[in-house]
Design a binder for this molecule. Structure first.
Ligand code: SF4
Ligand code: SF4
Length: 79
């Protein structure tokens, strides 16, 4: 294994760790991209990314769960 592939593997593991640590879970398959959660979040935690809702700043989340309540497809879980 070359150094390049070792670096890529470490980068991938770090990305997976970051996803696991987030307390906001979005079911991307169910998201229809209506943007309601992005507009409703009072702390600008969510953004649209490739027509799907995505977490941009999980540290700004106050766990108000407005995004959960407004999503028509129950895509979002805030723990
Ligand atoms: S729980 Fe509240 S602060 Fe956190 S992402 Fe949802 S709407 Fe924003
Ligand atoms: S409210 Fe639900 S369906 Fe609409 S963009 Fe947000 S996660 Fe997707």
């Amino acid at each position: 294994m070359g150094l390049g592939s070792l670096f890529k593997r470490n980068k991938k593991e770090k990305t997976e760790d970051a996803v696991e640590e987030s307390h906001i879970d979005i079911a991307f398959e169910e998201c229809e991209g209506c943007e309601k959660c992005v507009v409703a979040c009072p702390n600008n935690v969510l953004i649209m990314d490739d027509d799907k809702s995505s977490v941009s700043n999980s540290f700004g989340c106050k766990r108000c769960k407005v995004c959960m309540a407004i999503c028509p497809n129950d895509c979002i879980t805030v723990n």
